[in-house]
Design a protein around this ligand. Structure first.
Ligand code: ARG
Length: 263
């Protein structure tokens, strides 16, 4: 059962908008955000996951989105180098936390964010174009030569600025994705690289259906259509819905809130 790192939304805010979601009208309800975060954490734990916590850094609006801090595989942590200065101070905090736990920390060059990576087993898929660039992708390739890297996949829609907003891999041979978020050549790579390819519609994509966390045979996500639930069911998974409306206002959902430390 997996272990995830999470961080309470103590300083969660939309102060400095760095993606289109954050510029939409409507403020945050921070109390509700705390309730939603706590409930999501408990749900993952009840499914069998272990959750560790990193203390929120003062006034870091986006630190609760731990997935972006980098990529962990076995004993190595490839640490993000953020595109936007609003998130840069998070780097040192994650580096320290994982360093103290004994991980070998590698700093990525400009730019690399963990949200552009989706991994299942020994297959890792990488997106680029908004937050990660090709230098970041080559650092990923170099740091984890033992993994099969698919991509890099070019992202072209600013609403889907991280790979994990428009792509999921519930099994190593199965890609689930929203085509309109990808350049044509990236769509071709996805089609060629997986035995099973499931395309989702805009409604699922905008509801963050692809921003999923899998624990055993359960898929956690915020919202999806009945047809999507059915499709996941046919792969052997049960879909569990989480209320994360406050985090969606910032352009994130459950995958973004969790950094996977162990499978
Ligand atoms: N507001 C955050 C940002 O723009 C949201 C991050 C969501 N993370 C993700 N992996 N999609 O950086």
């Amino acid at each position: 059962m997996p272990t995830f790192l999470m961080s309470k939304p103590t300083y969660f805010a939309l102060t400095e908008p760095i993606n289109p979601w954050m510029g939409l009208r409507g403020g945050l309800n921070l109390d509700l955000a705390h309730q939603q975060w706590t409930h999501a954490k408990e749900q993952l734990e009840q499914a069998g996951a272990t959750i560790l916590e990193i203390s929120p850094g003062k006034n870091l609006q986006d630190m609760t989105f731990c997935a972006d801090s980098g990529v962990v595989f076995e004993n190595t942590f490839l640490r993000a180098t953020y595109k936007f200065p609003a998130r840069t101070p998070e780097q040192a905090l994650f580096e320290q936390w994982l360093g103290e736990k004994g991980y070998c920390v590698v700093s990525a060059p400009q730019f690399f964010e963990g949200g552009d990576v989706v991994r299942t087993g020994n297959t890792i898929v990488c997106g680029y174009g908004h937050r990660t660039n090709l230098a970041g992708v080559s650092a990923l390739r170099k740091t984890f030569p033992e993994l099969r890297l698919i991509g890099p996949l070019k992202l072209i829609n600013p609403w889907f600025y991280h790979l994990d907003t428009c792509f999921a891999m519930p099994q190593e041979d199965t890609a689930v994705y929203y085509p309109a978020a990808f350049a044509p050549e990236a769509q071709a790579i996805i089609q060629e690289s997986f035995a099973r390819v499931i395309e989702v519609n805009q409604q699922n994509a905008l509801n963050f259906a692809l921003n999923m966390v899998i624990v055993g045979k359960k898929i956690f996500l915020t919202n999806c259509t009945p047809a999507f639930t059915e499709r996941m069911h046919s792969l052997g998974f049960t879909v569990v819905l989480l209320h994360l409306t406050e985090f969606m206002k910032s352009g994130g959902s459950i995958k973004c809130l969790t950094l996977r430390l162990k499978d």
